[in-house]
Design a binder for this molecule. Structure first.
Ligand SMILES: [Zn+2]
Length: 165
């Protein structure tokens, strides 16, 4: 598994200039690098994960988002979720795998899957711009609104509000 932090820095706990830039760029918070180290360790024993590239790790109160390259999510999840449960066990936290995208709507759809997203639109307020996501009322979202907000803020620097209808 290829991590956003190089192997040397993962081992040493110090950051080279390249990794320092990646931390500044938001790939991972410095205090969360130990999660990448643990993932790296366990991934060496899981064959399908060889060559898989992790772009970002977002740690929220209740879970860890692993952001991977487009097309790699199903590999990281594994058949019946076996691989993702090993990762979750190793990290001692719930894990959700999402693929990298520039499109906030696709990203939100991945976050709340299998709940459908009815619409995503911009709302302008005095305090600034917010992205409003509408989901059907009565559906149980797989993530809390706080986790959705944290993930969107970390990926897109955007405030999100979730509205049911
Ligand atoms: Zn490094």
């Amino acid at each position: 598994m290829k991590m956003p932090i190089c192997d040397i820095c993962l081992k040493s706990g110090l950051l080279c200039p390249v990794c320092m830039e990646r931390v500044k760029g938001g790939a991972v918070r410095e205090e969360d690098i130990h999660y990448l180290r643990r993932m790296k360790g366990i991934s060496e024993r899981i064959k399908p994960l060889q060559g898989i590239r992790i772009k970002k790790l977002v740690n929220t109160n209740s879970l860890i988002f692993i952001v991977c390259e487009k097309g790699s999510a199903t590999t990281i999840i594994g058949r019946g979720g076996t691989i993702v449960s090993s990762l979750s066990h190793a990290l001692d936290k719930r894990v959700r795998v999402v693929e990298e995208t520039d499109d906030i709507k696709s990203f939100l759809e991945m976050l709340v899957f299998p709940v459908p997203v009815l619409s995503v639109g911009r709302v302008y307020r005095e305090s600034g711009e917010t992205i409003r996501m509408r989901v059907p009322a009565g559906e149980r979202l797989p993530l809390s609104e706080g986790d959705i907000k944290d993930a969107a803020m970390s990926m897109f620097g955007q405030e999100i509000e979730v509205v049911t209808e």
